[in-house]
Every structure is written in C-alpha cells, then in structure tokens.
Write a protein that binds this ligand. Structure first.
Ligand SMILES: Nc1ncnc2c1ncn2[C@@H]1O[C@H](COP(=O)(O)OP(=O)(O)OP(=O)(O)O)[C@@H](O)[C@H]1O
Length: 252
C-alpha cells in the first residue's frame, strides 16, 4: 500500500483579480524524498511556497501535511505541525550569535523557557544540541559570531542548523543559493545533501541553480506559467522535449 505523502498539494489554484498565478497544481512529496521546483521568473514558485507555508490562502485546492489538511491553518500552526521553511531573505536574529540562534530553536522544540536574556548554560540540552547542529553544518568555529556578521553562505548554513534543531517533518528551502558566493555553492550543496540523505529529511526546494537541483534531488517539478509542466527524475526532465522547448532551451 502506498504510504501517505509527507506533503500533498492538491488541485491548488491562486488568482488575483483576473490573473491566474497558479492553476490546478498537484504535487506529492513522499516521506524522505527531496523534490526541486524549477521554472522561469514569474512561473509561480514563490507563490506556491507562500501557499504551502500559509502566507497566502489559495483560491482553490488543498494542502496536506502528513495526511492532515492544513489548507486553512495559520503560519504558526503549520510550523507546529512540522513544516519548516527558509526564506530568500534571512530570518535569523542578526544580533544573536550563531549558537544562540540554534539554541533558541532547540529550546522551543524542547519546550523550555524561551529566554535570550538569561545567560545560557553551556551544558544544557538545548546548548549541547545547538553546538552539535553547528558542527553538522560546518559552523563550529563561528558559534560565537553574531548571525548578522556571517557571509550569505554561512547564514544559509545557519538557517539549516536552525531547521535541524526544530526537527520539522517537511522542509521548504526557498532559493538556498540566492546571494551565495559561487565559491560557497559546493559547500552549501553538501550541507543540503547531508540534511536530506543523512537526516532523512523530506525537502521541497525552489532553486534557480539548475545544476545544483539536478545533483541533489530525486525528482524535479518544472513550473511554467503557474502549472506543473513536468515532474520526473532529473535525467528524464533534462531529456523532456516539452521542458526543453518551454524552459531549458531558452532560459538556461
Ligand atoms: N499577491 C499578488 N498579487 C499580484 N500578482 C502576484 C501576487 N503574487 C504573485 N504575483 C504574480 O504572480 C507571478 C508569479 O510570481 P512568483 O513570485 O510566484 O514567481 P517565481 O516563479 O517565484 O519568480 P522568481 O523566480 O522571479 O522568484 C508573477 O507574475 C507575479 O507578479
């Protein structure tokens, strides 16, 4: 019997005025799978992420997280239900150290007293966990550096460490390579690979760097003018004449 999808988008549509931004989008992410969403500028990728995370309400359709209908749940309840998201612009606390950012996420999950004023005890569970997650993303040496002082690439790694501390069932990565220096792309790709393969996280990722997407994911969804043009393994997507003529041939 097929397992319940970790995330299911069913017949999702979004219209603003007379404009159809998304039309009948269907997408199922199986537990432990990573799907990359690609498509030209304006295809609707960010809108799709905003619908899934609850920033905008769809005009029609449903969104299920592990079988539970979350279509009408507010953002914070979706997060509580196990949906984690990174943003194109960082949502870290810039004045807090890298370790504090991760510790707060771990503390929230562990149900502890949320306090940044109280001097953290280095030995508490959340602090220990924070340091372990920083090590996993290769930021141990920068644990005491304020998040705002990190490079773009290191901020993205820190966001992933924060996500690891939250232990979400499904992770939405919104253009993780945006603004990241070319030299830092392989290192960040490796961190995402470990997040997925090492931790078995279920991931839906929007990314413009197609080579990065093709190297990381099990399946690629091509969004074009608000609809899913193709959904398949990377090799099949690259060989799909429809994808080539509508997107890859012109845009890459
Ligand atoms: N709330 C809104 N009101 C009006 N138009 C919108 C709204 N949200 C999105 N759009 C339009 O919908 C289309 C899809 O936008 P979206 O940002 O989702 O595309 P995208 O694929 O993420 O593009 P990019 O790759 O440039 O980030 C665009 O034409 C955009 O102008």
């Amino acid at each position: 019997m097929p397992s319940t999808p970790a995330l299911a988008v069913e017949s999702l549509s979004f219209q603003v005025g007379g404009a159809r931004i998304l039309t009948d989008v269907n997408l199922e992410v199986t537990p432990g799978e990573m799907i990359g969403v690609i498509g030209p500028n304006g295809a609707g990728k960010t809108t799709l992420f905003n619908m899934i995370s609850g920033i905008h309400a769809p005009t029609a359709g449903r969104i299920r997280l592990g079988g539970t209908d979350i279509t009408h749940e507010p953002v914070h309840r979706r997060a509580k239900a196990g949906l984690g998201r990174t943003f194109q612009t960082s949502n870290l606390f810039p004045g807090l150290s890298a370790a504090e950012n991760v510790r707060l996420a771990a503390q929230r999950r562990l149900g502890g007293n949320l306090s940044v004023l109280r001097f953290p005890r280095r030995g508490d569970d959340a602090s220990r966990e924070a340091l372990a997650h920083l090590e996993e993303v290769g930021l141990s040496e920068l644990a005491d550096v304020p998040a705002g002082g990190l490079s773009h690439g290191d901020k993205r790694k820190l966001e992933i460490a924060v996500l690891l501390a939250m232990e979400p069932a499904v992770i939405l990565l919104d253009e993780p390579m945006a603004g990241v220096a070319r030299a830092d792309v392989p290192g960040l790709s490796e961190v995402i690979r470990r997040l997925h393969r090492g931790h078995g996280c279920t991931v839906l990722m929007v990314e413009h760097h197609i080579d990065v997407v093709l190297g990381l994911v099990e399946r690629v969804a091509v969004l074009h003018q608000g609809t899913i043009l193709a959904l398949d393994a990377p090799g099949a997507i690259m060989a799909d004449p429809l994808v080539q003529s509508a997107y890859l041939g012109a845009a890459v």
